[in-house]
Design a protein around this ligand. Structure first.
Ligand code: F6P
Length: 522
């Protein structure tokens, strides 16, 4: 068991030594602390000096990583081993951003040429939309895109599209529909002219009920507006692995953009699922996103553990989750355009590491995934930061800062960044009782950990780096915990029960469920 390992026990003992230390004193005693605890990857900086750690903590954490063969597990993932053993699948989202001349095998075949074929098809299609050469049924160019998907087929592209607002194509607007609540699709269709609208049905399986319901509603709407079923051909594209279901829906093969089952849903924005990004921002922007992620993949694959950003982020995640009982962490981008990053990360982390059995199927003996939440600064400061500063739970924070703003008004950006720096300082330092006239209500204990990640600009390349950093952080934690980070069986039962309830069969086994069915569904 993990907690019987000597490396684990050493960390548990070490935590008792660290616990009484205050980071304020650690900084005062060591003017080089920042130099010791920061990592760069290209021009991205990760400052992890405001953590409850010493050099010994890092030595013990990296010893744990070695004892759990994290590097070997990483190499197996990137080499296409079927590490998602409950679904008998490889996990190869890193291949999606590999350069054309790479060789990556899945089931003995080099998949890189096929990946680049799809990328070329996406690039050509994006060009045809932008040039106005892909015409709608009535001969008008497509100017509006509606991506219909949910979970990984929505959150990733939606978040990236919003994050890259300064790069949006002027003539094309993109909306995203995910919820089966008709309010969502109604809002998306409200003022889009059908003859200039293209629907992207984004679904790995092409069976997800919410997505297929929305897709059929969109289909009916389009046919109603344009008066002919033939219109579907020019106004629908599918992003999926399920060619048969796509065909049955009425989408021709040339309008299908495929990928493979070795791309997990929540890791799929790099695949054809990212088409809305290419259409909304241009294919070169999508390519830059892939390149940034690839740069982080290279760093993850080659940097020594001590200087490896995702490894260190994952190890700190384990440090707080398992040795300090931190049940959650906050992701705090100081960029309004990254407003959806916490939602994307929520699925990525909680669906990946919300597991309670090991890969072998035994109950875990240690805590696993965390609750992830967050909001862009400074809004979060006026909402939930109070609890982080003065509440009773330890909540490690990740600040994400951008050096140069894409927006005018430099003074806004200076204020924004000053607030981010101030928050990490306040969390770490707290204040002294003399500063608050011994008023306990105004006292900040401080000693609250945070990482600060800084990118020079919020562009596609650096966004790709950030997203890949979190993917690999989550991988590192799963590798140490010996859980399968790539399946999601926990979402199945609800789907099955919903289908039973909708079928009208009397399935309620308890009076509460029976009453709710009666009240809501008649
Ligand atoms: O929530 C479960 C899930 O399977 C996610 O993992 C996935 O991202 C989402 O549903 C959507 O699945 P699909 O792309 O197959 O419609």
């Amino acid at each position: 068991m993990l907690n019987d390992l000597p490396e684990w026990r050493a960390l548990a003992a070490h935590k008792k030594i660290i616990e009484p230390l205050h980071m304020r004193d650690m900084f005062a005693q060591d003017p080089q602390r920042f130099d010791k605890f920061n990592i760069t990857c290209g021009d991205m900086l990760c400052d992890y000096s405001k953590h409850r750690i010493t050099p010994e903590t890092i030595a013990l954490l990296t010893a744990l990583a070695r004892a759990r063969n994290v590097e070997e597990q990483r190499d197996r993932m990137m080499a296409g081993d079927k590490i998602n053993q409950t679904e008998n699948r490889a996990v190869l989202h890193t291949a999606l951003r590999a350069p054309r001349d790479a060789t990556i095998l899945a089931d003995g075949h080099n998949i890189v040429p096929m990946i680049h074929q799809t990328l070329e098809k996406m690039a050509d299609f994006a060009q045809a939309i932008h040039d106005g050469n892909h015409k709608g049924y009535s001969g008008k160019p497509i100017r509006h895109i509606v991506n219909i998907g949910i979970g990984g087929s929505d959150l990733g592209p939606r978040m990236v599209y919003k994050a890259l607002k300064p790069f949006h194509k002027k003539d094309v607007s993109v909306r995203f529909v995910s919820n089966v609540d008709a309010a969502d699709i109604n809002a998306a269709l409200q003022d889009f002219p059908a003859d200039q609208t293209l629907f992207l049905v984004a679904s790995k399986t092409f069976t997800t009920q919410e997505t297929m319901t929305n897709a059929h509603t969109a289909r009916q709407w389009l046919i109603g507006e344009l008066g002919n079923e033939q219109a579907v051909g020019a106004h629908f594209a599918a992003l999926s692995t399920n060619a048969q279901a796509v065909k049955e829906f009425g989408i021709a093969p040339d309008m299908m953009f495929g990928f493979d089952d070795w791309v997990g849903g929540r890791y799929s924005l790099w695949s054809a699922i990212g088409l809305s990004i290419a259409l909304g921002c241009g294919f070169d922007v999508f390519r830059a996103l892939l390149d940034g992620a690839h740069a982080m993949d290279r760093h993850f694959r080659t940097a020594p553990l001590e200087k490896n950003m995702p490894v260190m982020a994952g190890l700190l995640g384990v440090w707080y989750r398992n040795f300090w009982d931190a049940e959650s962490y906050a992701i705090l981008p100081y960029a309004q355009d990254l407003a959806l990053l916490p939602l994307w990360l929520q699925q990525l982390d909680m669906e990946s590491n919300g597991k309670s059995v090991t890969r072998g199927g035994a109950a875990v003996s240690h805590a696993t995934g965390s609750v992830v939440f967050g909001q862009p600064g400074t809004n979060g400061q006026h909402a939930f930061y109070q609890l982080i500063h003065q509440g009773t739970s330890l909540i490690p924070c990740d600040f994400i800062g951008v050096r140069d703003s894409a927006w005018n008004h430099d003074e806004h950006h200076r204020i924004l960044n000053a607030h981010m720096i101030a928050q990490s300082q306040a969390l770490m330092e707290g204040n002294l009782s003399t500063q608050t006239d011994n008023n306990p209500h105004r006292a900040f204990a401080g000693n609250k950990p945070s990482t600060t990640i800084i990118i020079p600009r919020l562009d596609a390349y650096h966004l790709g780096m950030i997203l890949a950093l979190y993917e690999h952080k989550i991988f590192v934690q799963g590798a140490i915990w010996d859980i399968n980070s790539f399946d999601q069986w926990g979402v199945e039962l609800g789907k099955t029960l919903a289908a039973q309830i909708l079928s009208g069969k009397d399935t309620a086994r308890d009076s509460s469920t029976a009453a709710l069915i009666r009240v809501l569904l008649g």
